[in-house]
Design a protein around this ligand. Sequence first.
Ligand SMILES: Nc1ncnc2c1ncn2[C@@H]1O[C@H](COP(=O)(O)OP(=O)(O)O)[C@@H](O)[C@H]1O
Ligand SMILES: [Mg+2]
Length: 256
Amino acid sequence: MLTLSNLHVSYDGSRILRDVSLEVPPGKVVCLMGRNGVGKTTTLKAITGLVRLDSGSIHLDGHPLESLRPDARARLGLGYVPQGRDIFPNLTVMENLRIGAIAQSRKLNGELDRVFQLFPVLREMTQRKGGVLSGGQQQQLAIGRALLTNPKVLLLDEPTEGIQPNIIDQIGETIKTLRDEGLGRSTPHDDPAREVADAIRAIRAEGRIGILLVEQYLDFCIDVGDRFYAMDRGAVVAQGPIRELTDEIVKKHLTV
Ligand SMILES: Nc1ncnc2c1ncn2[C@@H]1O[C@H](COP(=O)(O)OP(=O)(O)O)[C@@H](O)[C@H]1O
Ligand SMILES: [Mg+2]
């Protein structure tokens, strides 16, 4: 269980996080939601140790983390997939996976099997360059690499960013479908975020790892989340089981 208690964080003297408290139990997907600039990424950086706390405490399975360096926190069981898919486009899928373990000078042994079981598509692509994978597959690769450090809690920062369906892509798809299949026929759109949702569900089904999912894509959170925290201007303004995420909360704090 990851527990944040009353975190306060500032950049250059201006307060960014105000009294943030939240919990991530094992086997649960906890969504941290909010508009751009409210402090979601800063919360993850506070957990990993990339930004310093003014005050507050962070515990992982009872161990206090706040005085530890980022590498020590990672070894205690924090896996972090930062915003933007930071895979190496010119390395193969297998090389991308191994990099995570090399960084910690650990052998992979059975752990690669677990990743391939969770994300079967990666097994088929071990020798492909990371850069040729779809956005969703790249995200699976980034998550798979984080899993190889054997985390207790996984921190995911906007894993659907840049792979959500947008109008331009959909028009492109429609034109392609018409061209490939003849006028008048169309196929349902594949949800490009499906691979990311599948990855999160697979990890959740193991029941071992808690996931703190920073996400602005509302339907995605409702789809994969167990609980939510809504942030506004650096503070948690609402929380609860995902089914209690009301239209009122969405309108007031989450929509642009
Ligand atoms: N390194 C930094 N130095 C100063 N201000 C920052 C820095 N990083 C983020 N901020 C500011 O902190 C606020 C929260 O940012 P961030 O946590 O990235 O928001 P979110 O992830 O919710 O979009 C924003 O106002 C942002 O401009
Ligand atoms: Mg962010």
